[in-house]
Design a protein around this ligand. Sequence first.
Ligand code: 6PG
Length: 468
Amino acid sequence: MEKAQFAVVGLGVMGQNLALNIASKGYTVAVYNRTGTKTEEFLAGPAKNKAVIGTYTYPELVESLETPRRILLMVQAGAAVDAVIADIKPHLEAGDILIDGGNSFFEETERRTKALEEEGLMFFGAGVSGGEEGALHGPSIMPGGSRAAWTALKEILTAAAAKAEDGEPCVDYMGPGGAGHYVKMVHNGIEYAIMQLIAEVYDVLHRGVGMGAEEMGDLFTAWNETELASYLVEITADIFKKVDPDTSQPILDVILDEAQQKGTGKWTSQNAFDLGAATHTINAAVTSRIISGMKAERVDASTRLAGPTPAFSGDRQQLMDAVKEALFVSVVLSYAQGFGLMQLASDEYAYELDMQKIAKIWRAGCIIRADLLYDIMRAYDQQPALANLLMDDYFGQAVGQRQGALRYVITTAIGMGIPVYALSSALAYFDAYRTARLPANLTQAQRDYFGAHTYRRVDQEGSFHTEW
Ligand code: 6PG
């Protein structure tokens, strides 16, 4: 029997769709799932008459593949990855490559890569973004690990990846070890930030201005034709327009307001604290998901703690225009934070991340794809060592000129008692970044006062202590 060139282990929707995607590009794909009935269903259903071979044991899977074997694991991040590795490993030969396509924590990828390489196998961590549709039609893929593994995988991953408007594939080698999963983690951190910014804009327009779902749908559709054009704005327009078949209300009105999370955004913030990166808006997004989860407490508090009643009485069109500008600015600031974090990580972990390459592969296929990424790519192309996206002329001016809109939206929301933590955190990031002298001199004085921690002076070298 003809051998397969690639294998997928784990036939959840992502695994199934990636297998179908790769099979559609002229490769034969072997598949395996722990529960064999799922494999049978897949073969009889979506994979029928496709170049997909079903296997039911690991020896059978391994036997079906040409060498070196390329096996993509699409299983839940965490213990399941280690379990599959332990089960499949005894059947592999030196040079075979295991690829982890899940949202694994990059440090786990580092550990697994090291352990498997010591045994002569290759382990490759590839972040995959784009959800079910992306997996089927072309995701953005963020691979990291050994160069040798990348050489063996490049052709297939390139065939499977999304293509940007200029035809460039949305996959490229990110760096050694856990670099691919690191970049995917930051992608998700930015994803959290943008989602929270959009949620706050929705709150201001809905509760504050009293806009209905349909009107907001039209507004987002129009915004998607502007500099805000992006996947998240596009799907939000669709979401606004969706009607619940049971109640005939906008579906948003019947969805419980508790945001869940699987952890990638939280990891981004935790890692930013470890590295000393300022990721205001990502942190605000994580915290906002947490307080959304305190539903019962919030419902109770809403009957006891009064505040302003959201009711906007100013110029509606003026606010709507400002909201659009405010969203754009704060999205730019979220990317600036994410890229700033990756710049620190690049040194810290010796990943040698190439910011231009990252912007390039985020232009299509992934959740945070946006027209804006073409400009980010251009900015890093012109200045590969750009300290901050805001120091690029275009972005510096784009934010500078629109900051008034962001200030207006935030003060209006605050006046109405609508929480806009992500929007205001974005502005605080901008204001702090552009401030030459912050009040941290006082913090230093306090630390020295109560703990003799010493401080540095603006006019003399050395470390000083005052007898307070
Ligand atoms: C993607 C998404 C994907 C997943 C999120 C959801 O890039 O395709 O980021 O990986 O949908 O991780 O994350 P939460 O459950 O934490 O919101």
